[in-house]
Design a binder for this molecule. Structure first.
Ligand SMILES: *Cc1c(COP(=O)(O)O)cnc(C)c1O
Length: 414
């Protein structure tokens, strides 16, 4: 792993986290280049014997330096907004390797993506298909499209991050997809290229994915009979990571499970991993401000739900450790931030040896961490550092107080 202890002190690659905290301050996001690249290569190698493209889900962590690293590896990208497309292009990503997901694509975003020349739009409704046809026709271009089908499988994950059941807002009911493909075939400005699904996040079992693929392949066969051939199949993202004691399948296990289903099919395989590429490659460092004993023992730290929302939003559990060994006895603490919300907790019932000033590392913070950060309670957002061996690159500066009112205007009433 990219984090290890040397003389009891936590390192990421060859960087001592106490030194990073002194140099850059806390709260601080720290990412490991080696961990991100090795996760990407694990995916790439697992599917090496098949024509494939990894489209990293930018929403998991959109820092430009991370996108730049992945672009340099030849990665594609899965975006959900025009803003994410702009980030990919800014970081040197290839628009020809971009797929555009999301249920609410605006007209200007569709135009932006058509102008950039993306690989495919993952279409989530009939209304969106009609809109894309109109925009492409107006621009005199063809939009490459894939229908995101909702295969109605239970991903057996947290309800908030499950997307493949028929009651979810995502995708097109797989039973209606054939009719919509037929309609798409007759629309101007539309070129049918693929089919995709994404059934949920933090998946720890392969069967729901295998199920979704089988149902999708049956549809691919029915489409072929009516003369609609596809050039790619996109299996979405969703592979889980280990936050606590989960045992998520590896990309190799995924590839092995899907191989007999895909067999000799000629379609290029696309996948959209987010969390699995960056989740375990990030840590949030935070300093203990106060210890507050009482009915429950609280450790009040300088990071809060505005910096890392997952524990408050999903009741998610992330491992919290002291960076250096403490000189006190461990006690059971609730680790909470300064934000005025009871939900502002980063972890409860954690046995830790703490004193004011102690530095903590929250693991599994590389995905859905900084991207969900806000300035709630007028808290400037944290800095981000990318570690590469013994070098720490500041890839995003800590926000200043001036950043808090960027773009705001006073009325100047007096
Ligand atoms: C969020 C999302 C992903 C990435 O999900 P992970 O669980 O982070 O792998 C991929 N595709 C789509 C359409 C998404 O919405």
């Amino acid at each position: 792993m990219s984090a290890s202890r040397r003389d009891g002190v936590l390192f990421v690659e060859d960087c001592d986290l106490t030194t990073l905290a002194e140099r850059f301050g806390t709260p601080l996001y720290v990412y490991s280049r080696a961990a991100i690249e090795s996760a990407w290569h694990a995916y790439d190698q697992a599917f090496a014997d098949r024509d494939h493209l990894i489209c990293y889900a930018v929403k998991a962590n959109g820092n430009l330096a991370i996108l730049e690293l992945l672009a340099a590896l030849g990665s594609g990208f899965d975006i959900v907004s025009g803003g994410e497309l702009a980030r990919v292009l800014k970081a040197g990503g290839d628009p020809g390797k971009v797929v555009f997901s999301g249920v609410g694509k605006r007209e200007d975003e569709i135009e932006q993506a058509l102008t950039a020349g993306i690989l495919a739009f993952n279409i989530e409704s009939r209304a969106e298909l009609t809109r894309i046809s109109a925009v492409a026709s107006r621009l005199g271009v063809e939009a490459p499209i894939s229908l995101r089908v909702n295969p109605d499988v239970d991903a057996r994950t947290h309800p908030y991050i499950s997307t493949g059941l028929k009651e979810n807002k995502f995708g097109i009911d797989i039973h209606q997809a054939e009719a919509i493909y037929a309609e798409a075939a007759g629309l101007p400005g539309i070129r049918i290229t693929g089919l995709d699904f994404h059934i949920g996040s933090q998946l720890t079992e392969l069967e729901p994915l295998a199920d979704a693929l089988s149902r999708s392949l049956a549809l691919v066969d029915r489409l072929a009979q009516s003369g609609i051939t596809l050039s790619h199949l996109d299996i979405g993202g969703g592979l889980g990571i280990r936050y606590q004691d989960e045992t998520p399948p590896t990309p190799q296990a995924l590839a092995d499970r899907l191989a007999p289903l895909l067999d000799q099919r000629p379609q290029r395989l696309l996948m959209e991993p987010g969390r699995a590429l960056v989740g375990e490659a990030g840590w949030l460092l935070t300093t203990v401000e106060y210890l507050k004993p009482g009915h429950r023992d609280f450790a009040i730290v300088d990071a809060a739900m505005n910096d890392l929302l997952r524990p408050a939003l999903y009741d998610a559990w992330q491992r919290i450790e002291t960076v250096a060994p403490g000189s006190t006895e461990p006690r059971v603490y609730d680790i909470v931030g300064p934000v005025c919300e009871t939900a502002d907790s980063l972890g409860s019932n954690r046995s830790l040896a703490l004193e004011p000033g102690a530095l903590l590392a929250i693991h599994g913070a590389g995905a859905y961490g900084f991207v969900m950060a806000s300035q709630y309670n007028a808290r400037p957002r944290p800095a981000e550092v990318l570690v590469d061996g013994g070098t720490a690159h500041l890839v995003r500066e800590r926000e200043t107080l001036d950043d808090l009112w960027q773009g705001e205007h006073l009325l100047r009433t007096s």
